[in-house]
Design a protein around this ligand. Structure first.
Ligand SMILES: Cc1ncc(COP(=O)(O)O)c(C=O)c1O
Length: 380
């Protein structure tokens, strides 16, 4: 049967390709973006409690009110911004569904969306499913900084959205004050909207501040800002997230949300609402992950790989240009087969498969696993 595919160019994701290979060759998997340690027992108990209390039927479409209120309180505390839980916060199935909803709400056939590359893998197919045209903007290849003139030059009458991710997967790049000035200029000069993917808001290092779009009224007025509980609370498998957007944008987002999921896991929402009351549940994350980044960087220093500065997220890019001139896909596969370490090549994060001889590791792993990887990486 010949089926007309809506996404003919989509192949098996690079994450499943590398994970399958890692299993086949018994390699250490320090590639995929999830922790190899568990979520807090206290949070698991709260989910059980919530189920026992009978929160087992559909939650309200926008999300359980106590959770939306807890999020509003957190945003006031972190970013000194008042958001209305009724009209500006929607609980979603991870950040992925928040992003899907936002793109679907805004993008129609022929609309252009500027995607900053290397980019998280859900953006481009979601744009294409909605008939939109992804327009690639590639970060500077040496330090992954922005050239804002270059990005502005891509904006046309058809540009509907610009997707910004900070802290940025896979590069670890974090927007600074000058970048925000440029973004605010764009918001004032053009009739475009933004998705700010801020799932790594708490994973930011060396005293750097996360400059959320929520802090700047002119940016926020045109933005969907997306978050993930999975990244914050070490439970990516629960697929819980949320989207914050001004009321007019939230109204459109919920029109999509209502029909692609209607509402999100009810007992988990009640549990998260209670868990978030303790601010330590998110305040310690910077130092927790900075320690892991530093531990992993000490390992990389002993190898021939060159680390690229990681300011946030739990990913570390390394250049292997001094080791081999193979393309990144072949190199990453050889690393699994010959050295027993799984990584992610970065070229699949680009529409044009740009190959800068860089691979990605994830340091959301136990020190034991990273140390085991050290023994193998120093031999490369
Ligand atoms: C940049 C970025 N955005 C969104 C997501 C998706 O988050 P979630 O697992 O909550 O859907 C991820 C997950 O890896 C990510 O790295």
């Amino acid at each position: 049967m010949a089926i007309k595919s809506k996404l003919p160019q989509v192949e098996e994701s690079i994450f499943s390709v590398m994970t399958k290979m890692a299993i086949k060759y018994g390699a250490l998997n320090i590639s995929q973006g999830y922790p190899d340690y568990d979520t807090d027992d206290k949070l698991k108990e709260l989910v059980m409690k919530s189920m026992r209390e009978g929160h087992n039927q559909y939650a309200p479409m926008a999300g359980v009110f106590s959770l939306r209120k807890a999020i509003a309180d957190k945003i006031k505390f972190l970013y000194n911004k008042d958001v209305n839980p009724d009209t500006e916060i929607t609980i979603t199935v991870g950040a992925t569904q928040a992003i899907y909803n936002a793109i679907s709400a805004m993008v129609s056939s022929g609309d252009e969306v500027i995607v900053v590359e290397p980019a998280y893998d859900s953006y481009v197919p979601t744009i294409q499913l909605n008939g939109g045209i992804p327009v690639s903007y590639e970060l500077n290849k040496d330090d992954y900084s922005y050239d804002w003139d270059e990005l502005r030059a891509l904006i046309t009458d058809k540009t509907r959205l610009i997707i910004i991710n900070t802290p940025h997967n896979p590069t670890g790049k974090v927007l600074d004050a000058e970048d925000i000035v440029e973004l605010r200029r764009i918001a004032n000069d053009f009739d475009v909207y933004f998705i700010f993917d801020e799932v790594y808001e708490h994973l930011i290092f060396d005293g750097k501040e996360h400059l959320s779009a929520l802090k700047y009224p002119d940016l926020y007025a045109r933005s969907f800002v997306t978050y993930s509980f999975g990244k914050a609370y070490h439970n990516t498998g629960w697929k819980m997230g949320y989207c914050i957007a001004p009321p007019v944008l939230t109204q459109e987002l919920r029109k999509i949300h209502q029909f692609n999921v209607f509402s999100v896991n009810n007992p988990t929402q009640h549990a998260l609402a209670e868990y978030m009351q303790d601010k330590n549940s998110f305040l310690h994350l910077n130092s927790f992950y900075q320690q892991k980044r530093d531990f992993f960087n000490e390992i990389i220093k002993k190898t021939r790989f060159i680390p690229i500065k990681c300011e946030g997220t739990y990913f570390q890019l390394v250049s292997y240009a001094g080791i081999s001139d193979e393309d990144d896909m072949s190199f990453a596969k050889r690393l699994i087969k010959e050295y027993g370490v799984a990584s992610i090549p970065v070229s699949p994060f680009y529409l044009n498969r740009t190959d800068n001889k860089v691979i990605r590791f994830c340091f959301a792993k136990t020190e034991e696993l990273m140390s085991e990887a050290e023994e193998r990486l120093v031999r490369v």
